[in-house]
Ligand binder design. Structure first.
Ligand code: NAP
Length: 332
């Protein structure tokens, strides 16, 4: 074990209570969707975890299928945990999920009890853990009774394999139903993980109000729209960017002229505020007290320290918010 965490790690981070629970989440959490698979450089993956933790980012978010190949992000995270962070387990908040395709056949996908229980058992083995802090159902399953999916989540908590339960990619109506069922079972819903950024504003329609009314936390994913809400694509596609290196979930076609125009205008506004666009995009989310934590991704440790600068100013005046809305709503 070589890693020695910074003794100043808790000095500058903001922590918000997650809904009605006793759990606090850091303003930024680190997701392991990209950059932690067997295809990636393991030393860099380690440095991403260390840099995050050194700055008070206690929360690490995984899923059964993160890699590539699927499962390898959990394996690599497990190696890092066991070799470098095992004495710090109680300072870490680790989440994983199941809900997308993980293995062949009818039991490796969606939301049956059969899938969720066996998937979490596999995740725990890969991460060399006895339990995770949060276990999510990764997406709503229209074919499985919601009662069955929620009963599986409740069972997982009762078995001690997860401390808390979360939902991801559930809309407002699905969330309300799930919360009701979980409440009856006696395992409250801790948190919802939606896609939410300046470019993806669907949660503003109803979901955020539902979560607020039900005292459930919210941790938006892809807050930078996978890197679009930064200055990196303003002058073409850098060779080390997600579009160039992965190109699966974000590709060159995603960078339309309309998007670029908006990115340019947002970038100008961010500079007027004395921020980079990435900072403004994160600050814009965190200005809302209904947001518990923001789930960032990073390909380089410097991106983590850069994104933390968003917390230097996350207040916006009305005219700035209006300008942002005008830019985002143009041509729509
Ligand atoms: N529940 C779900 O269904 C779901 C789905 C997707 C993601 N998630 C979670 O959300 C996490 C974050 O998603 P995401 O990776 O799409 O988030 P994101 O923060 O929107 O995008 C991360 C990417 O933006 C670029 N970047 C980050 N910080 C930067 C900075 N300061 N300056 C310039 N560029 C910067 C990097 O891309 P480059 O590679 O170009 O450097 C980085 O990999 C995932 O890891 C996962 O845990 C959940």
């Amino acid at each position: 074990m070589n890693y020695k965490p910074s003794i100043e790690r808790y000095d500058n981070m903001h922590y918000r209570k997650c809904g009605n629970s006793g759990l606090k989440l850091p303003a930024l959490s680190l997701g392991l969707w990209h950059n932690f698979g067997h295809v990636n450089n393991f030393e860099n993956s380690k440095n991403l975890i260390f840099t995050a933790f050194d700055h008070g980012i206690t929360h690490f978010d995984l899923a059964n299928n993160y890699g590539p190949p699927p499962g390898s992000a959990e394996e690599n995270f497990g190696r890092i945990l066991t070799n470098e962070l095992s004495s710090l387990r109680d300072e870490l908040l680790i989440s994983t999920k199941a809900g997308y395709t993980m293995w062949q056949g009818p039991y490796g996908d969606w939301g049956s009890k059969k899938y969720l229980i066996s998937s979490l058992d596999q995740s725990l083995k890969r991460m060399q853990l006895d339990y995770v802090d949060i276990f999510y159902h990764h997406r709503f399953d229209p074919e499985t009774p919601l009662e069955e999916t929620m009963a599986a989540l409740d069972l997982i908590v009762r078995q001690g394999k997860a401390l808390y339960i979360g939902l991801s990619n559930y809309n407002a109506e699905q969330t309300i139903r799930a919360i009701e069922i979980l409440e009856k079972l006696g395992t409250p819903c801790l948190i919802n993980q939606p896609k939410y950024s300046m470019f993806e504003r669907a949660p503003e329609n109803q979901l955020l109000d539902v979560l607020d009314a039900q005292s459930v936390g919210c941790v938006p994913f892809s807050p930078l729209a996978q890197g679009l809400l930064t200055d990196k694509y303003l002058n073409g596609i850098p060779a080390d960017s997600r579009v160039a290196t992965s190109g699966v979930f974000l590709n060159a076609q995603s960078i339309t002229e309309d998007k670029l125009k908006k990115i340019r205008l947002l970038n100008d506004l961010a500079l007027e505020r004395g921020q980079k666009l990435a900072h403004m995009a994160l600050a814009w989310l965190y200005r809302d007290p209904r947001i518990t934590s923001i789930l960032i991704g990073s390909s380089k440790p410097e991106q983590i320290t850069d994104s933390l600068k968003a917390l230097n100013n996350f207040s916006f005046d009305e005219s700035e918010l209006t300008k942002i809305n005008d830019i985002l709503n143009e041509n729509q």
